[in-house]
Design a protein around this ligand. Sequence first.
Ligand code: ADP
Length: 654
Amino acid sequence: MRLRTNISLWVSLATVLPLTVLVLLVTGYSERQYSSDRDREIGASLNTLVAEIDRRLMFEREVISALVESAPMQAFQSVLSQARDGHKHPQFNLRAAQLGIFLEEFTALIPDVGTIRVLDVRGNTLLMIRDRQVMPTHYEGMDPYPYAEEELDDEAFLQRLRSSPLGEVSYQLLPESRSDYVFGAIPPMYDAVVPIEREGEGVVGYLLANSTGLQIERMLELAPRLSEGRLTVAELNPDRPDREGLILFDEGSGLLFTHGKRPELRLDTLFGTRVANTMATRPFGATDLTTRPSRVYHAEYTPYPNQLASWLVISEVRHDAVTAPFKRIRQGILLLAALALIASLLLAQVSARRIARPITRLAHNLKAYARGEPLERTEPHGTQEIRQLQDSFNYMAETLERARRDRDEAQHMLVQSAKLASIGEMAAGIGHELNNPLNNILSLGKLIRRELPAEHTRLREDVQSLMDEAQRASRIVNGILNFARQVPPRYEAIDVRPWAEETLILVNQAAKAQEVTIRLEVEEGLMMEGDVHQLRQVLINLLLNAIQASHPGDEVLIMARHEADGDIYFCVCDQGTGVDPDILDKLFDPFFTTKPVGRGSGLGLSVSLGIVERHGGHIDIRPNEHGGVTATVRLPARQVQGKREKGKGMGAEA
Ligand code: ADP
């Protein structure tokens, strides 16, 4: 796998995994937190509703118990007392009419109170107000009283009446014939009962009031709905199986509180048995429905102080209504997370490329270098470690390069030395052979000059030139012999300028013939140490080569100076034909020449090389910007002293 892919894969994994886990954890936690907040909120709103219903029922109870204390009611007590004894009160009609008017007005003011009945101790209804008016007499009893409802001989009912606690409002269900809900309809609420006591006589009758439930219905209708909640009120009644689970109010099926109840509409038919049982066994809580995607919240409330019956106030909320806001938040979080992911993946790509690029380039360079291509230096960039790596590579490559150069140079010198040694032997033989004829020429020259009369000036000069040339040839032969014998230099101090000028005289002839001018630029007072003859030989060789390569009218420059490190540097620079780069390596080979036969021996540069190297120096030939060649010689300054001592010793030996 490529490094870039590898890095971006790991960086991506390192960002994607934690980010995904984080997003899942955050959304999961927030969702749980959000739904538990919703549960709490809906539960609290149900409790508020229950508290309001409780306040309303309490108010009704207070009003009904106050009714018993009212003046018309007090006045009616004597009628009830007479009735208990089987007598008809002389002012029955008047008092009943007064109480009737009072109760009519009362029910007009408190519309919640539907029907009010005033019963004697035997349970007969002496007065009944319904729909805000006194009901006409319905039945003439055995007693002198006319009754508003049919007399009912129901001992159980009478028992319940008699057991009603004194001085407070209690609740019970009227027998069906006295109920306002007939024909099988089930009344929504129990009736309120207050025993009527007469001082000194005890209970003389009962005041019964049934609530229409109108106010409770309004409260339920107006109760704030959380998340489109649907309200339901059901009755739990362990005493009355016919009312157990009865639905008193249900928005879903349009059943209002004031309606007569439908026996088939029960808690379990609406919500399923499991949820109905759960709700029936816990006073409050929240349960998910299995039949619909909803959650039901319920709070239990006991409306009747003396009854076991209780109401379950239920709010059904659709899941999506609860989770809709959170879904939007989650979508937002997921979208942001996705954007963050894409951004981090892109960043991973970019950074992987940034990290991998220098390494890839380095690897490429290494391969290229291993294939033998020239070293391509890379500027260190990237992270610190990569920069160090690049630095190390550059250092290694440079060290190798240097080592290779040193090795090549050493090899070259070895070959050169071998060549010099082999030609040295040959040159020594030739030198010996040439030396004798040259000595003969010189001796004969001396004889001829001595014999020649003084007036033959011209001839004498020619003979002198002949002898000079023979002497030069002899010196060359000696030079060859020296070269062949590797004669160590005889060191002495050389004043460079006069030394160079003297040397120039020797090549003057050749320069003139080639129409070449020679310019000398020597640092003022420049001194060097070395073998004056050997070094002159070098300069002559370089100058002759330069002159021979020059075109007529060209200039040859000799420059000599001190280098900063004290080395002596001199060069011979011409504007001549130049040298083919392909043969640069061979120039110092013995007998290598490009000159026509008879003009060049191919020994000049190899002899010069031998001399310079024995001086511990360096000689080089390079093309220059004038199209010609610059031959440079560099002689070490510091070794001069040592070499001189050594040279002197050896010279003395020679
Ligand atoms: P020779 O001069 O006898 O040929 P050298 O050893 O002096 O022998 O020179 C070897 C070769 O180097 C020459 O034949 C020539 O090709 C080349 N050479 C040396 N100096 C120069 C120069 N200044 N310009 C051009 N070529 C040169």
